[in-house]
Design a protein around this ligand. Structure first.
Ligand SMILES: *Cc1c(COP(=O)(O)O)cnc(C)c1O
Length: 374
């Protein structure tokens, strides 16, 4: 059986009338940039997030970068994040002009290891940027405590975990601002790019609203800024989808539980870890080969059998030849867990519209490969 990695078209067809209605509303309104649909969605997204403000932006990378700018973080400053993340986390720090300080992840959650943060703090450190990788929350309670002790800003990179929750905390609750991405493959996605920043800080809200719109909050009056706006058509798309996100995430969790039950006997790869008491929303369902060097063969076996497995992310940030090194980034301590994750990770198909028989077909092929390894 052929099993795809994404179900974008299935999702659209399931709620076609709701999305089409919003798109039509925007087109008929005649207002497509900073219009009423964006305003409506920003209100809905702030309510959903439980924060005072939500600002629609061009993409998730800009959301991180503009948050850093709003807190005055730039040249000469350092931001601590984990080395195993999507490139954009480090890229946003670089765009802001700051230095990315890359540390290791927790071997179980794959999120930043709070125990390794303090060793990376210097007088130049201004922010910690935890990533809720694969849909699971980083340990925000520990991170907030460290940030408070050292007077640091915390910006959550929540591109992958909309609708997730930690054990006893909500996303957006323990940070200074939270960035998210609405690129199509994220749990809440447009038909292209998009992003948002949520915060309870009124100054950050005002500043980012100006920065995204050429430094302007009144007609013809400008300070320096950029162009990074979530357009109204895409605001309409995510507005329609927001009504379904909790149910879709529930489906992801059900499918993940099915994978985990079906794969638990495997000897040659390990299964994702879920923090007790938390809500992991399985943006990705990632297994790791016990022997990292067997990973590529495992992925090839699945791909040869029409199962679209991928890797997220097979090159950690500090291993990227293309990252602007020199003063723009450094590592602290060993990055063994991040490097193992890069070498051994395998993402199995995961999206809310994935059918149980498709999950079972993936499980069967994974177990076939596992058995062949002895
Ligand atoms: C997708 C993603 C981003 C960037 O989002 P864009 O909308 O593509 O700019 C940032 N961080 C992480 C962890 C991501 O997965």
């Amino acid at each position: 059986m052929k099993v795809d990695f994404y179900g974008h078209v299935r999702q659209y067809n399931n709620i076609k009338s709701e999305i089409d209605a919003n798109i039509n509303t925007v087109i008929q309104s005649g207002q497509y940039v900073l219009g009423p649909m964006l305003k409506k969605f920003e209100g809905e997204f702030a309510t959903y997030s439980g924060t005072k403000y939500a600002i629609g932006l061009g993409n998730g990378t800009d959301a991180i970068w503009l948050a850093l700018m709003a807190y005055g973080i730039g040249a000469g400053d350092e931001c601590i994040t984990n080395a195993n993340t999507f490139f954009a986390t480090a890229e946003a720090i670089w765009i802001a002009g700051a230095t990315a300080v890359l540390i290791d992840c927790d071997p179980k959650t794959k999120c930043i290891d709070p125990a390794k943060i303090e060793a990376a703090i210097t007088p130049k450190t201004k922010a910690i940027i935890p990533v809720h990788l694969y849909g699971q929350c980083a340990d925000m309670k520990a991170i907030r405590a460290i940030a408070d002790k050292h007077k640091l800003i915390v910006i959550e990179d929540n591109a992958q975990a909309i609708g997730a929750a930690g054990n006893g905390f909500k996303i957006g609750e323990l940070s200074d601002a939270t960035a998210t991405s609405f690129i199509i493959q994220k749990n809440l996605g447009t038909f292209g790019d998009g992003g948002a920043l949520i915060t309870n800080n009124a100054n950050v809200d005002t500043t980012v609203r100006k920065l995204r719109n050429h430094g302007s909050n009144a007609r013809n009056v400008h300070s320096f800024g950029f162009n990074s706006r979530l357009d109204d058509l895409h605001a309409g798309v995510v507005s329609a989808k927001l009504k379904h996100i909790d149910k879709w995430n529930d489906n992801r969790r059900k499918l993940a539980a099915r994978y985990t039950a079906g794969l638990k006997g495997a000897k040659h790869f390990t299964l994702p870890y879920e923090v007790p008491g938390s809500r992991h929303v399985y943006h990705l369902y990632v297994v790791e080969t016990v022997v990292a060097s067997k990973r590529d063969a495992f992925v090839k076996f699945l791909n040869d059998n029409q199962i679209d497995a991928k890797t997220h992310y097979s090159i950690a940030i500090h291993q990227q030849a293309g990252y602007p090194w020199g003063k723009n980034a450094r590592t602290v301590g060993t990055l063994t867990n991040a490097e193992y994750n890069a070498a051994a990770c395998v993402s199995l198909p995961m999206f809310p519209e994935l059918r149980e028989d498709e999950v079972d077909a993936v499980i069967a092929k994974c177990l076939e490969w596992d058995k062949a390894q002895g």
